[in-house]
Design a protein around this ligand. Structure first.
Ligand SMILES: Cc1cc2nc3c(=O)[nH]c(=O)nc-3n(C[C@H](O)[C@H](O)[C@H](O)COP(=O)(O)O)c2cc1C
Length: 177
């Protein structure tokens, strides 16, 4: 059975990752969108009050998929809130899933992500993977912490064991990467 990739992205990094992964896995991709345009102020409020913002319906045909790959940024140690809403609303379908983030890569973050997933879902993820901007050889710190990844950066992540493992976890492998 195919893998379903569901992603949320604010500045485009996780979108680039999701669109790359869809080519490497036997998968289909869906984007989480919101009825109202998001700005930094809304991100701050979501972080402050741990909100579950409204998202647009995705109407997923869950029976077609054997594995779900959730891809989203991390905001102040939290899974980006629109993705949290999606997980909460679809937890009964998330039996075989992995969580992936392209994030800055702060210390001790994976444990926090695992705790959040544990609270939101009934099942443990197959895998939690952080692709860390701070590890990029070309990384140059930007004052507003909004580093924009390029396809070259994505190629760097694709060489990592974690990426290969994700390709394996997904039930049908299209081709070796
Ligand atoms: C308000 C804010 C808070 C962030 N907090 C974290 C964080 O706690 N840990 C981390 O690794 N990255 C953090 N980041 C970095 C983002 O996760 C990173 O830039 C990500 O690649 C953005 O993904 P996107 O382009 O798909 O929206 C933060 C970014 C923003 C804007």
């Amino acid at each position: 059975m195919k893998t379903l990739i569901v992603y949320f992205s604010y500045t485009g990094n996780n979108e680039l990752l999701a669109n790359t992964m869809v080519n490497d896995l036997d998968s289909e991709v869906l984007q989480i969108t919101e009825p109202k345009k998001r700005g930094m102020f809304k991100i701050m409020l979501d972080m402050l009050f741990n909100r579950f913002p409204k998202i647009n319906d995705l109407n997923v045909s869950w029976q077609e998929y054997g594995h779900t790959l959730l891809i989203a940024p991390i905001w102040n140690y939290e899974i980006a809130h629109p993705m949290k809403t999606f997980i909460k609303e679809n937890k009964e379908h998330l039996k075989n899933y992995s969580f992936v983030t392209l994030c800055s890569g702060r210390e001790i973050q994976k444990e926090k992500i695992a705790t959040q997933l544990q609270k939101l879902t009934s099942y443990e993820p197959k895998d939690i993977v952080e692709f860390k901007i701070l590890q990029l050889p070309n990384y140059v710190e930007q004052r507003n912490s909004m580093y924009k990844v390029t396809q070259v950066d994505i190629e760097f992540f694709k060489q990592q064991d974690a990426y290969r493992k994700l390709v394996k976890v997904s039930t049908h492998k299209k081709e070796a990467v």
